[in-house]
Design a protein around this ligand. Sequence first.
Ligand code: PAF
Length: 196
Amino acid sequence: MKIIKNSLQIQKISMELIRKNKSIGFVPTMGALHSGHVSLIKKSVSQNDITVVSVYVNPIQFGPNEDYKRYPRPVNDDIEICKKNGVDYLFLPSNETLYDKDFSTYVTVDKLSGIMCGVTRPVHFRGVATVVSKLFNIVMPDRAYFGLKDYQQYVIIKRMVKDLNFRTKVIGCPIIREKSGLAMSSRNTYLSPEAK
Ligand code: PAF
């Protein structure tokens, strides 16, 4: 597995893969990988010649009072999980790599972003749609895998792909649950056993 930190470098690799008619599967994540992510990675590995995973805690999808700073970042564990599950390229961009000092272009999926979770998280889906469109332009995947746990996110990304003519097919994958029935999430580490 190769670890790539530079967006131009991964873009060049993708262009070369496309030229060679290799299919690219992509699993965008914010890291703290768990069995839910592993199920997406496995699906991608089974359906594509090459699998790319990104691990990036995207600052622009967090509101000012949300958990951006304390979001878990066990990068070494994430690297091991990716290696073990057949990932070919792990993209680990920095904030400076993705967001220029003067960054000012955002993707907003109207109608779908202001309802449900969007009511209490007004910038969240704009941040998600923006970073996913950037990642799609960088990785240029044939297929991208998203958990149906974040159903509103999945629907918004599907809409964005259709509206903006991305080449990528968005694939929704089943929720993976803990034994107790709780849906797996990187944020479950915040919960006490009682809260779970
Ligand atoms: O679902 C997530 O982990 C994130 O919202 C995503 C899609 C990786 C964008 O940052």
